[in-house]
Design a protein around this ligand. Structure first.
Ligand SMILES: *Cc1c(COP(=O)(O)O)cnc(C)c1O
Length: 400
């Protein structure tokens, strides 16, 4: 996943272009910036590379989700259906616009189970938000059909799936809006940053204004801009966009490297009959940033993890089931509705019921799953060594 492994001369050159002019802001200072518009350039590159009609850069992936939801009119009185396995930013964004996150089960795709989504739809449901976790995608055809049937919007949280695709279209460009994060550990990075992609001009114009205090960007200067609605400051800086411009040029190489390394490592685990792999709705569209694999039971997985750790072969692998950051089981602050600001009674009640909600279907998947991060910098020899070590430890742990 991490584009930071390919940081180098190209990133330094783009950043230096900005440092030469000293204009670190993306709007205004037209004369002094000497023709350097890194944020605009990166938005054009995103449109070209991913194929959405519009792209709005913002300061983070979380800001991108908040911006997309606001532009699509999601807020007070609305429910947003999202998966039990994701990054905390997904529910943070839902709460930030005043809506209620409705957590539902994932299946062996490690993304939303369409049947669980269908069962969770109520008259208050406004949006389905699949999260394309760990580089691979949700069953979008099934989710789009539910959206069409119930007149819902679909926002793709594609923050972890940059460069992935589904049936020939890039992830993040398929729903009413889609988001990427360019934080430091994502497939391509700006240091911090994010983007909303959409094919709807009206949604784009709203994202553009919302992420910059509601400015319509039509005045002769910023003081002359009008403000058709209230916004916030979720702007990206020129320095961050400059890094992203270098990174986006490396995306093809990043994905090709991940694919090669992923498939080579996978070949070692494939040789173990008890190991199975994540279901990928469109296998060609994986971005290959993680190798996610299962054992038949939680007990077997826990034994395997102990064996991997004992042999120093668990580094770079994640057991999300015990992780405090990515799975509902350990989101204590969410269970306790521990917000600093006062939230609506409806939001509070919805959060407090999460700890009594039945996630046994998700548990049955997540307790048997480990995701192994694929590095770009591995040598061929290192992958063979890692594969051999992992396979040996797992096999040993499976002995009676
Ligand atoms: C990283 C991430 C985000 C948030 O991105 P930030 O840029 O860190 O705010 C949102 N959703 C998912 C699934 C992520 O992995």
């Amino acid at each position: 996943m991490p584009g930071f492994e390919f940081f180098g001369e190209e990133e330094r050159k783009h950043v230096n272009d900005v440092l030469q002019t000293g204009i670190l802001a993306r709007y205004g200072f037209d004369g002094a910036r000497n023709g350097i518009w890194k944020s605009n350039e990166l938005e054009q590159a995103i449109v070209r590379v991913f194929g959405s009609a519009y792209a709005q850069l913002v300061s983070s992936g979380t800001a991108a989700l908040t911006t997309a939801m606001s532009a699509l009119g999601i807020g007070y009185g609305h429910e947003v259906i999202m998966p039990s396995f994701t990054f905390v930013a997904s529910f943070e964004a839902v709460l930030s616009v005043g809506a209620v996150p409705v957590l539902v089960d994932v299946d062996e795709t490690l993304t939303l189970d369409p049947a669980a989504v269908a069962a969770a739809i109520t008259p208050q449901t406004k949006c389905i938000m699949p999260v394309h976790m760990c580089g691979s995608m949700a069953n979008l055809d099934a989710l789009l059909a539910l959206c069409a049937k119930h007149n819902l919007v679909l926002i793709e949280d594609a923050c972890q799936a940059i460069g992935g695709s589904y049936k020939g279209k890039k992830l993040g460009t398929i729903g009413d809006a889609g988001t990427f994060s360019f934080d430091f550990v994502k497939t391509i990075t700006c240091g911090e940053g994010g983007v909303v992609m959409t094919n709807n001009e009206e949604v784009y114009v709203k994202c553009d204004g919302f992420s910059d205090h509601g400015h319509d960007h039509k005045g002769v200067d910023r003081g002359a801009d009008l403000h058709p609605f209230i916004g916030y400051n979720y702007r990206i800086s020129e320095l961050h966009a400059a890094v992203g411009l270098a990174q986006i040029e490396k995306l093809d190489k990043i994905i090709a490297t991940q694919k090669h390394n992923n498939q080579l490592l996978r070949s070692y685990l494939e040789a173990i009959p008890e190991v199975s792999f994540r279901v990928v709705p469109d296998p060609a569209g994986d971005n290959f940033s993680f190798l996610s694999w299962f054992l038949p039971s939680e007990q077997q997985m826990r034994k395997a993890i102990e064996a991997l750790k004992a042999d120093g072969a668990f580094a770079g692998s994640f057991y999300w089931y015990d992780n405090n950051w990515h799975y509902v089981r350990k989101w204590q602050h969410l269970h306790d509705a521990a917000t600093l600001n006062r939230i609506s009674d409806v939001q509070k009640a919805a959060l407090l019921q999460v700890k009594t909600q039945d996630f046994s279907a998700s548990d049955a998947v997540m307790s048997r799953c480990v995701s192994t991060l694929i590095n770009l910098s591995w040598t061929e020899a290192q992958i063979h060594e890692k594969g051999e070590k992992m396979a040996a430890a797992i096999k040993k742990s499976l002995l009676p």
